[in-house]
Design a protein around this ligand. Sequence first.
Ligand code: KG4
Ligand code: ZN
Length: 351
Amino acid sequence: MRVKILAIETSCDETAAAVIEDKDNRPLLLSNIVSSQIDIHKKFGGVVPEVAARAHIESIIPVIEEALLESKTNLDNIDYIAVTQGPGLVGSLIVGVETAKAIGITNNIPVIPINHLEGHIYANSLAADLKFPLIALLVSGGHTMLIHMDSHINYQVIGKTRDDAAGEAFDKAAKILGLPYPGGPAISTEAEKGNENKYDFPIIDLTQKPKRDENMFLKHSEPSMDFSFSGLKTSLITKVRAKNILSADDIADFSASFQKGIIDNLVQNSKRAINKYKPKMFILSGGVAANKTLRKTLGENIPKDIEYIVPEFSLCTDNAAMIGSTAYYHIKNGQIKNTEIFSANPNISLN
Ligand code: KG4
Ligand code: ZN
């Protein structure tokens, strides 16, 4: 297979383009350009959808041009365009999808719609060949999921959050502590100076209480792999309110303890998934995968006979390289569909 892919990602607040080529039967990254809007949204304390869509419109073409230039490619050599179809902010998604379709039609290049969530998973395929069965822990600003995969492009969601996503919990906790947006990096920097055992943020176990059968015997209930983070956030609010003023030490201790609470929850359910599915590989992905303590703690909790991989830091948060590598495996596995008739879909699911 000889193929070159231009990938585009605009699902939230990063405008991104990348070029991927196949090399020795693997996706090789030739360029990866990300124009972040963090500075624009920081003053609002979070992403403002309308502002994000307008910023994408301004930067999408320069970002694509830069990705092509850096990869020493032009559109004549591109075989496929891959673009994030969803989930994400509808106004942001439309900019990427319609730009991809316009370039595709005018240059006669097929356009492949890609799910942003599979993109996060496939960021790992740029680091190593995926080995099946695998378990993926996907932790981002909008999603927290455990996914079981038996083969490429084949997803079974086995655990998900019932309320906030892990990244969202970090972002909300940062707001409560007066730290800047995005909250994850801010909390993790503060956490390095704090005592993670100062405050208790418990593991939430959503396993159903055992029920009795018709003979009144207790029926076994499977350990739940679902998550809930909103209680941790409420607990943080209560603890912070109990203090009049937050000292620098308080902020560091709250950050460290809250981060530990999130990680303990992620580790518990990851271990449950490993026990049940006995995977060959465990992969971590999504923006929260950039958290150094999470990367290390998970690594310490995964049995040594299971290969554990994480994307490099720049490929954890939103980027187009991951969208291109997903498209690479769609093409390789003959899974391309809807190359012409598709629209942005903000609520698309993984299966
Ligand atoms: O994957 P991503 O870039 O966007 C979504 O698809 O949502 O993830 C962004 C999320 C934000 O909530 C951000 O606070 C979090 O990832 N994040 C982190 C870290 N870096 C980014 N969370 C914890 N620790 C970090 N170092
Ligand atoms: Zn994302």
